[in-house]
Design a binder for this molecule. Structure first.
Ligand SMILES: Cc1ncc(COP(=O)(O)O)c(C=O)c1O
Length: 431
């Protein structure tokens, strides 16, 4: 199977994290999102241990909350000693609600409003990742009004295109994120940060893109960023403490995606980092990576109930499910690949080609087009694999549909971690 936490049991049903998913679908109803807590822990630990050994002893990962921002994830990340990347006050609020140590939080975003900045400062966010000069000045002025000096990193665009999906690449010069090296503006913002009284510059950040299956773009980013850090030292006499290389390692959604050994890749990038550090005589103490997808994607799976199956003669077949773009908009947004299995009949050959259609009044509400699946009858449980990242966190209530429930499986025991939304929830803010 695609990942080691997915199996077929002796009843021919799909098993996830050791649990028969058809049993869970019956117990909790569908659509249902499952989370393999052990897998989240082990994924975080690959980065916790790998960064320390491949880079420097104080290096650590910051989980990119945007992939899945729920209390249970913050509890796990906190227990493993990692930090977090947050992009909104809502993510800060959620992390704080489980007493996440906010000094390990890095606040991102290309447009932090004044009230966002104030909220983050008042809630003890450790670091701001500054996008541009205007924002830098706003942070300085709000920090001044609160009588503090705020730690910051500056987000740099290194001018790299990792050649994945254009909508998930951010490292190229023409990007809404960050300040570019190529135009000279990265040096300008650095000198401004060093001159301000209420910000304390700790280092630099870059994020090249997502779904990277090797370390080419991380190696390129390391070279460019360390060269920039050396130039900054020569120009301003500033010693960079922290280099944050962003997120982006890929995840296997379908059999044709390559396997990736994150630990090995960290070692490769770590070697480049340490070689250049020596060559340039730099003293960067801490390297941070911000994995999101590679922490939670393969720890998630979504279950639906099959509805009607219809064939448009001479065209194609549609299998309708009781969820869709409201719980997983990634096919609609990016044309993302997914593996779909009839969990009730998982041991059968996949003999049918069908488009898996959601229930919204929207032709684009499709989870996967022309995918192979087992012969399916109304009421069968349909599993979509590898849905832990950017599914629930991108979910909506379009067509006034309730967001699904999420159930965690830990050591074979299932527990609800996010309740199913109710109709009352749907109208609670309406007057
Ligand atoms: C700044 C930043 N860091 C980290 C990530 C996480 O990327 P991934 O989920 O691909 O690891 C993203 C994703 O958009 C990002 O924009």
């Amino acid at each position: 199977m695609l990942h080691t936490n997915v199996k077929i049991n002796e009843l021919g049903h799909l098993e996830f994290a050791g649990a028969d998913v058809t049993v869970l679908a019956k117990k909790y109803g569908t659509p249902l999102m499952l989370l393999d807590s052990e897998r989240v822990k082990s994924n975080v630990n690959v980065y916790v241990n790998g960064l320390k050994s491949a880079f420097t002893p104080t290096s650590f990962p910051c989980y990119a909350s945007k992939a899945l921002s729920i209390k249970e994830i913050y509890r796990i990340v906190k227990a493993q000693g990692a930090g977090i990347d947050v992009v909104s006050c809502g993510e800060i609020y959620t992390a704080k609600s489980v007493d996440f140590p906010m000094e390990k939080a890095f606040f991102h975003g290309n447009n932090k409003t004044d009230s966002d900045i104030l909220y983050a400062i008042e809630n003890g966010v450790g670091y701001f990742v500054v996008d541009n000069v205007e924002e830098l000045n706003a942070i300085d002025s709000i920090a001044n009004s609160k009588g503090i000096k705020q730690n910051v990193l500056i987000r740099i665009t290194p001018g790299i295109d990792p050649h994945t999906n254009a909508k998930i690449t951010t490292g190229q010069v023409d990007s809404k994120f960050g300040t570019p090296i190529e135009t000279g503006q990265a040096f300008d913002i650095t000198s401004k940060a060093l001159a301000l009284k209420n910000v304390c510059l700790k280092g630099f950040h870059c994020h090249v893109g997502s779904q990277c299956f090797d370390s080419t773009s991380f190696i390129d980013a390391t070279k460019i960023m360390l060269t920039f850090i050396r130039d900054v030292k020569n120009l301003f006499g500033f010693d960079t403490e922290i280099l944050n290389l962003g997120g982006g390692y890929g995840v296997r959604y379908v059999e044709s995606d390559p396997e990736i050994d994150v630990l090995k890749n960290l070692e490769i990038v770590g070697k480049t980092f340490n070689d250049i550090l020596k060559e340039y005589n730099l003293n960067v103490k801490t390297v941070i990576l911000e994995p999101g997808r590679s922490i939670v994607a393969n720890a998630g799976l979504t279950l639906y109930t099959a509805g009607s199956f219809k064939t448009i003669d001479g065209y194609k077949s549609y299998l309708s499910i009781d969820g869709g773009m409201t719980d997983n908009p990634r096919f609609a947004l990016y044309g993302s690949d997914y593996t779909v299995i009839n969990a009730s009949k998982a041991s059968l050959e996949k003999t049918v080609i069908a488009t898996i259609a959601g229930r919204c009044c929207e032709s684009g509400d499709v989870i996967q087009e022309n995918v192979s699946i087992q012969q399916t009858s109304r009421g069968d449980i349909i599993a979509v694999l590898v849905t832990g990242a950017y599914n629930y966190s991108m979910a909506s209530n379009y067509n006034k549909l309730c967001r699904p429930m999420m159930v965690a499986i830990e050591n074979g025991i299932d527990k609800v971690i996010v309740k199913r939304e109710t109709f009352e929830d749907l109208i609670k803010n309406e007057i």
